[in-house]
Each structure stands twice: as C-alpha cells, then as structure tokens.
Design a protein around this ligand. Structure first.
Ligand SMILES: [Zn+2]
Length: 248
C-alpha cells in the first residue's frame, strides 16, 4: 500500500483528535521533555534549564520538594519565552477586565517574590471545589498537548459552585468550551468553568463563594459530562490543584 505525505498527515491529525476528545481545550506543547537521572532535584533541573521552579512544579503536578524524583521520570520543561500560545478569546476578556479595573495585588506578589524561589507555592484554601468528583484529566501536558485546567467528573446537571467570591466577567458560549463562565476574584485571580449545560449567571453579576452558577454539561467539544475548570492569575494558567483543598 502506498501512503503519501498527505495520507500520513491525515492519519496524524486523526490520532491527535483521538487523544484530545475528552476535552478540546488543549494546545500543542512547545517545551521539551527531560528524563530524570539519579540524584537530580527539581531545583537543579529548573536552574539548568533556566525555567521557574514554580512553573516546572505546576506543569508536572509536583507539590512538594521533599518528594525525591524517581530516576527515569519524564518531566515537561516549558519554553522560556512568554506568550508562547495564541491568545484565547477568554484570555482577551481577562486582559480587558484587568485594564478596566486594576486590582490590588501588590501584597501578594511581594509575598511570592524572590525569597520564595526555592519553594513551591501552594495555597490550598484559596478556592473551593466547584463540583466534587474525580479529576479525569490533570493540568499540564497530555499526549504532547497542553491542558490549561483540570477536568472534573460529574453527572450531567450537577450544580457548579463559584470557587470564591467574585464578579462574572464573561458568561456565554465559546468555541471548544461550550457554555463558559469566567469569574474575577481578588488578587487578579480568575476561574473559568466550561462545557456547562446551563450558565446560571450573567456578565457583571457578583457571586459568593459556593453560590451555584450553572450546571455541569457537555457543551462544546467534550465526549462526556465534566467540568473543565481553570485557575488563572492574570492571563497565566495556574495548576488548579495547587489552589484547591487536597481531596481526601
Ligand atoms: Zn479540560
């Protein structure tokens, strides 16, 4: 059988599609992989690649520095340059919101300054779980693609709760995400809730921590009912598991 280049490309595209069916909100990863060797620490790897320890920790779901790295572990090393991804429509919303009303965030930035460089920052009481369920797909790299949130399993129609007090900066429908809600919180943090069956809040509305804001669905490109949940600090995607209570 003769397979030409176009055929290979189509086959490749088809495979990429298969891998991203659970949630469409993933993007090609531009970094490299590092296979750990005996005695290497996360701090050493971050230093040798010139990347932030915190980014490395969040992208690889490592919350503690005292966990020794197993030799042969595959770690994702992000590309150094900022803005390596095309801006998403909802990131534009974040940028607009930040421009309209710059929030008071200096205190926190100071706290997370240079002194913390050799520590991994977690804040498990920053947010509450918007729905309770197993994490189907973590934050980070999945089959060579970057997933900017976590997918939480939940039955169709499960109430979605606001992860903290805040103000709705977007409630509508976006390509891939389906029905999507974006909430701005203190310190320029934002949370996003995607694939909703129904959005229960409107743009400009103030919400309280724990308030029901919508229902879990499978709108957009999602194979089954789940919540795609993101935490953003400004436009930067942060690992939600670093900011949510650790499940029992
Ligand atoms: Zn997702």
């Amino acid at each position: 059988m003769i397979i030409n280049k176009a055929g290979i490309r189509i086959a490749f595209l088809f495979c990429s599609l298969l891998f991203t069916l659970s949630c469409s909100t993933s993007y090609d990863a531009k970094g490299v992989f590092h296979r750990t060797r005996q005695g290497e620490s996360l701090i050493w790897i971050a230093k040798s690649y010139g990347v932030e320890l915190q980014d490395l920790a969040e992208l690889n779901n490592i919350q503690q520095l005292d966990q020794p790295l197993a030799p042969g572990e595959k770690l994702y090393i992000p590309e150094k340059r900022e803005n390596r991804f095309k801006k998403l429509p909802f990131e534009k919303r974040i940028a607009e919101s930040l421009k309209e009303t710059p929030g008071p965030s200096k205190g926190r930035k100071k706290r997370m300054g240079k002194k913390e460089k050799e520590k991994i920052y977690t804040e498990h009481d920053r947010f509450i779980w918007p729905v309770e369920g197993a994490v189907l797909s973590p934050f980070g790299i999945r089959h060579g693609r970057r997933h900017d949130g976590v997918d939480v399993k939940a039955v169709l129609g499960t109430p979605i709760r606001a992860a903290d007090d805040g103000k709705v900066v977007y409630a509508g429908s976006m390509r891939g995400y389906g029905n999507l809600i974006l909430i701005r919180h203190r310190d320029d943090f934002f949370t996003a809730y995607g694939h909703n069956k129904k959005n229960g809040v409107k743009e400009g509305e103030k919400v309280k921590r724990g308030e029901v804001i919508g229902l879990v669905g499978r709108t957009g490109r999602a194979t089954g009912a789940h919540l795609h949940f993101e935490v953003r600090e400004g436009e930067k995607a942060r690992n939600p598991l670093f900011f949510l209570p650790t499940p029992n």
